[in-house]
Write a new protein. Sequence first.
Length: 334
Amino acid sequence: MTTGAKSTLRGVFLALMAFGLFSTHDVLIKILGGRYATFQIIFFSVMFSFPLLALMLMRDRASGTLIPVHPWWTALRTAAAITTGASAFYAFSVLPLADTYALLFATPLLITALSVPFLGERVGPHRWGAVAVGLCGVLVVLRPGSADLGSGHIAGITAACTAALASTIVRKIGRDERSAVLMLYPLMANFVLMGCLMPFVYIPMPALDLGMLAVVAALGFTAGLCVIGAYKSADAAVVAPMQYSQILWAAAYGAFFFDESIDTVTWIGVAIIIASGIYIVMRESIIGNSENRPVLRTRSRPETGTTARFRRPLIALRPPEPEADAKAGQPPTP
């Protein structure tokens, strides 16, 4: 086996491990969500993340202050991350795991759409078609008119939309802002906001449940490191689709812990969403003429602002090659 093949295999392994850890993280959130308010879970998750955050800041050698270069964009991203965390945690609490993942899988599709107004990305008909097909898959999962749509479904859709917004803003300002700024502000805002809500929702927690929340923070941190390692070892086009392995964890965990099962219609909807997401990833990777390639250069896991995770550095993707198109007499294709 060549060195490149070994590196790719290592990247795939780390990615699968990361999303397995994230899925375990989500199971604990779902268990705790049946006992406590979402705001209380987020508050303690963030609190247990602060020691990990301190370790990360000690390793940050980048010069500068914690004052954002783009304060308004940072504020909007912080609000989006907070909304993503609250919405996703609530959706995990009240919906089957597979349904929540299916809705969150729409995030790359929404990133593609948002890249036009936010990044000036030129999205061609192929990717717009994939977005349209993927959103049809979301409708298949939701089944409007034939299934009861509740607050959990609204929360899942909201989480996908705000996650896409937060990720797109990172692509816009990430070159100028320190990683510490992008990571710290959502955590601090979550801690302050959820702390203000705590008097209205707080229920005393036994040591076991507090320990579970500490494990939640540790799982998110460790999984984030695995994602970083995966992107360092393998191409983004290989790593990004690994997030869809979470549907298998959802099926296994849902059946084992919550007596959940995935019906045929949901499987069909999930398959459509996944196929659309993978198509967009492959399109951005193979064509390589897009300057931004928003999906490939975005986190695979929605940013919730609830756990201390390294912001993945810019991926060294294959640069655009307009010369090749010029030689062929063809303009760059989006």
